[in-house]
Design a protein around this ligand. Structure first.
Ligand code: NAP
Ligand code: MG
Length: 513
């Protein structure tokens, strides 16, 4: 089949041209024509109320300090490409200072503190996060590109909920693990990605601190601002110095944490490629390790599913956070009898998704996090077209500056295509079909990953039968991308090992022997 070439291109001036140039709707007409519906009036969040310092230092031993080498890198707003600030780049000497501070805090204060006192700090941090939730959501959106309605209504409530949840466990560890005497591991090195900067920090920090560990945390290079704002919250909460240290930088900073001899545990969330590197370099060191890596989840729609609900779930599964979600339902498996109806509903529904200013509360799809990520999405979609797939995209004009990719899906995909096997980590869905539940299972499990899956059916028995055989750490039934601090999250196969959230997330930071 001849591939359509409807991919957004860079014009000679470097600006993005509309994804579907021939049929794109001029901006001035969008109020009337957008998806056949009335467009909302603009409603941007007031970013000026939350100024961003021009420079951000490292947070070591309770203080903001200048990096040893005096080097900084820029952090930009991906929706405008404007520089927001410059961020300190930590080298091995800075990481060593952070680990030493964490060790001192562990030996002298945090490791010895009565558990109920540790819990009080965590409750205090959770409450301050709630108080400052609007500011943190705005900063998260400006720095990372995600729509404000997601950072405000999903990320921040979950960040606070994680601190509350693990604050509650701090003095109940013996009840969490009956018959055991849980003890902290020591100093934990935590390395997180850019897709949920604050939420990933909360997933890692809250259980580590609740169990009595101290931490050296590295945020991703493109999204360090909110982690450093969190450091100010730790100061405000009176958290003893050195209990949490935040070192910013690129991959080399992460590697310096991984290779530091005085680290007891590494918790890493990121790509499978870097996860494998870390696992290799830690082999034989005796350090504890948990890895939360990539995914290529299948959302499976059976013929008996309520199709409108299923399509909504598929939309939430792939276009949430521009598809920058490790557990995104990036493959859609549709039972043959309803394939044509599902594809038509999908095609209609994506036309109503609003792409644009992430700070506007009506925006559904914000900016792609970086130029590099946008290039990766384009390259993979092009590979799908080259291999014979057909592309459907939301017909909309994309802003001239910034990094954008319209909500898209590919049909005519086979399981051998790269778009069916590799993580796209963008708003692109690969649609395939199946006939029987057995075929759906075989196809769903046919990737190197095993992080998550979704099942859409009217039959409870089918849900249980499928869930028992899907190789995925998280399985959603008749819903997708629902999170709760009490519910463990993690993968099989190349999606990593270990769990975050719930009791398993607590066990990952305790010695239980
Ligand atoms: P990444 O390149 O692996 O980066 C993750 C983190 O590791 C960043 O802080 C990165 O720093 C750092 N890093 C890079 N090279 C390193 C090295 N050699 N040693 C130690 N640290 C190093 O991943 P990403 O592109 O930022 O994130 C996207 C990936 O994360 C996707 O594959 C996604 O599926 C996965 N993810 C998984 C989960 C989960 O829970 N399973 C959750 C979210 C994301 P820099 O930013 O400076 O490069
Ligand atoms: Mg940024």
């Amino acid at each position: 089949m001849k591939a359509k070439t409807q991919v957004a291109k860079i014009s000679t001036k470097g600006a993005l041209v509309p994804a579907l140039a021939p049929t794109a709707i001029p901006l001035k007409d969008r109020r009337l024509n957008f998806g056949g519906k009335w467009e909302y009036a603009p409603s941007p969040e007031d970013a000026k109320s939350y100024p961003i310092a021009l420079r951000h230092e490292l947070f070591i031993n309770g203080k903001f300090v200048v990096p040893a080498a005096g080097t900084y890198f820029p952090s930009i707003n991906p929706a405008t490409e404007q520089q927001l600030t410059e961020i300190a780049e930590a080298n091995a000497a800075d990481v060593d200072a952070a680990v030493k501070a964490a060790r001192r805090a562990y030996d002298r204060v945090w490791g010895k503190m009565p558990a109920r006192e540790r819990g009080k700090y965590l409750y205090r941090i959770a409450r301050i996060i709630q108080e400052k939730a609007r500011e943190l959501a705005v900063l998260e959106t400006i720095d990372g590109g995600k729509p404000i309605k997601e950072s405000r209504d999903v990320d921040l409530p979950l960040v606070a909920a994680h601190f509350f949840y693990y604050a509650g466990w701090a003095d109940k560890l013996k009840y969490a693990f009956p018959g055991k005497t849980p003890r902290p591991l020591g100093v934990a090195g935590q390395i997180i990605p850019w897709n949920f900067p604050l939420l990933m920090a909360a997933w890692k920090l809250a259980p580590a601190l609740a169990c009595g560990n101290t931490v050296v945390l590295k945020p991703a290079e493109t999204t360090s601002i909110t982690a450093l704002r969190l450091a100010q919250i730790f100061q405000e909460a009176g958290l003893p110095e050195g209990v949490v240290n935040i070192v910013t930088g690129a991959g080399a900073t992460g590697a310096a944490i991984v290779n530091h001899p005085d680290i007891n545990k590494i918790a890493f969330t990121g790509s499978t490629e870097v996860g494998k590197l870390i696992a290799r370099s830690m082999a034989g060191t005796g350090k504890h390790l948990t890895l939360e890596l990539g995914g290529k989840a299948a959302n499976i729609i059976f013929e008996d599913a309520p199709l409108d609900q299923a399509v909504e779930g598929v939309i939430a599964g792939i276009y949430f956070n521009q598809g920058h979600v490790c557990c995104a339902g990036s493959r859609l498996l549709v039972q043959e009898g309803v394939y044509a109806r599902v594809v038509k509903k999908l095609r209609d529904r994506i036309q109503t998704l609003r792409v644009g200013n992430p700070l506007d509360k009506n925006t559904d799809i914000g900016a792609i996090n970086s130029a590099g990520q946008l290039a990766r999405i384009r390259e993979l979609v092009q590979s799908g077209l080259d291999e014979g797939a057909t592309l459907q995209q939301t017909q909309c004009a994309l802003p001239a500056r910034g990094f954008w990719y319209p909500p898209s899906f590919l049909t005519g995909v086979t399981h051998a295509h790269r778009v069916a096997q590799e993580e796209i980590f963008g708003p692109v869905l690969s649609v395939m079909t199946f006939r029987t539940p057995e075929e759906a299972l075989e196809r769903a499990n046919n990737t190197p990953y095993g992080l998550s899956a979704g099942i859409w059916t009217d039959k409870g028995s089918k849900i249980f039968k499928m869930a028992a055989k899907l190789n995925a750490g998280v399985i959603w039934a008749n819903c997708y991308n629902k999170f709760d601090p009490a519910s463990p999250f993690g993968g099989y196969k190349e999606s990593g090992f270990g769990r975050e959230g719930g009791l398993p997330g607590l066990a990952a930071y305790c010695r239980l022997d």
